[in-house]
Design a protein around this ligand. Structure first.
Ligand code: AMP
Length: 284
């Protein structure tokens, strides 16, 4: 199998033409690098859905707010290339900022209300940056399928909306959250946690699981379950951005009758590190 690195759009297009000449279908896995087992699971899933997997690695400045971690975000490119290749990627596309946003670039894509709630409310402009870069990546690569992780569940919903609204002929596949043994959802940002914070971090998922079972055992009392969870998070040392029960896919508020078709979503900081997680209410 061929392992290639493209660092600008011309090199990317050459590689894509080589795939097309061999009539290979292409899957795209967009990432910001610092690859861990969660990313590698997306590559494995993508391999099942197309002949060749392209992994993009781009720390997108447009999705970071002022004062967020854009400059300190980890960028271990060599290790990422090796890991992605080992997982089965045929091509790594790691463009520079100038390749993605040349002089004069000015378009911003706003997906609408689904991007303004939850993380969008706490990180203004974040999903505009995500939608803009993902639209560019999808149009540059034109894959038949692209794979996103449920770890960033709202992002997956925003991308589904974007691709449907803009008639992009691309299938979106969602992949389950990959967790550490203690339940913490894998994330490139986990590396920021101090030893003490790392010991506390799994409580985020534990509290989600407890809250899920409390809601399922008494759906008439969702607010009470959410309030108990918020108190437990605070007690454990988390600074909460939000904890909300929302409808699958649309992320609209959910009534008591509909709790099985919902997601429980949380964002909370431990020290300076913001963690997100979510759990499907319908799974066993
Ligand atoms: P990122 O590099 O954080 O932008 O993530 C790139 C892709 O990997 C996104 O689709 C994420 O949802 C997905 N991803 C990140 N962490 C995980 C995880 N623990 N499990 C599954 N997918 C993940």
């Amino acid at each position: 199998m061929q392992h290639q690195l493209a660092q600008d759009i011309n090199a990317l297009q050459q590689q894509l033409m080589a795939f097309a000449a061999r009539q290979k279908s292409v899957a795209l896995v967009p990432t910001m690098g610092a690859l861990h087992a969660g990313h590698l699971a997306l590559i494995t899933a993508a391999k099942q859905l197309a002949d060749e997997v392209v992994v993009s690695i781009f720390v997108n400045p447009k999705q970071f707010g002022a004062g967020e971690d854009f400059t300190k975000y980890p960028r271990p490119l060599e290790a990422d290339i090796e890991a992605a290749n080992k997982a089965g990627a045929a091509l790594i596309y790691a463009p520079s900022g100038d390749d993605m946003y040349p002089d004069g670039f000015s378009t911003s894509i706003s997906v609408g209300p689904i991007a303004d709630i939850l993380c969008g409310a706490h990180r203004p402009g974040h999903f505009d940056g995500v939608a803009t870069v993902v639209a560019k990546l999808l149009l540059r690569v034109l894959p038949t399928v692209t794979v996103f992780g449920e770890k960033d569940y709202q992002q997956l919903c925003v991308i589904r909306r974007l691709v449907a609204d803009m008639d992009m002929p691309i299938t979106i596949a969602g992949a389950a959250i990959v967790r550490e043994e203690d339940g913490l959802a894998m994330s490139s940002r986990n590396a920021y946690l101090s030893e003490e914070e790392r010991a506390t971090a799994p409580k985020l998922f534990e509290i989600l699981q407890t809250t899920k079972s409390n809601i399922l055992s008494d759906a008439s009392n969702v607010d009470r379950a959410l309030n108990a969870a918020k108190a437990a998070l605070k007690e454990a040392g988390f600074a909460l951005d939000y904890l909300e029960l929302r409808k699958e896919h649309t992320l609209e508020p959910v009534g008591a009758a509909d709790v099985h078709n919902a997601r429980l979503l949380v964002a909370a900081a431990l020290g300076k590190t913001r963690l997100i997680d979510n759990i499907a209410m319908g799974d066993a």
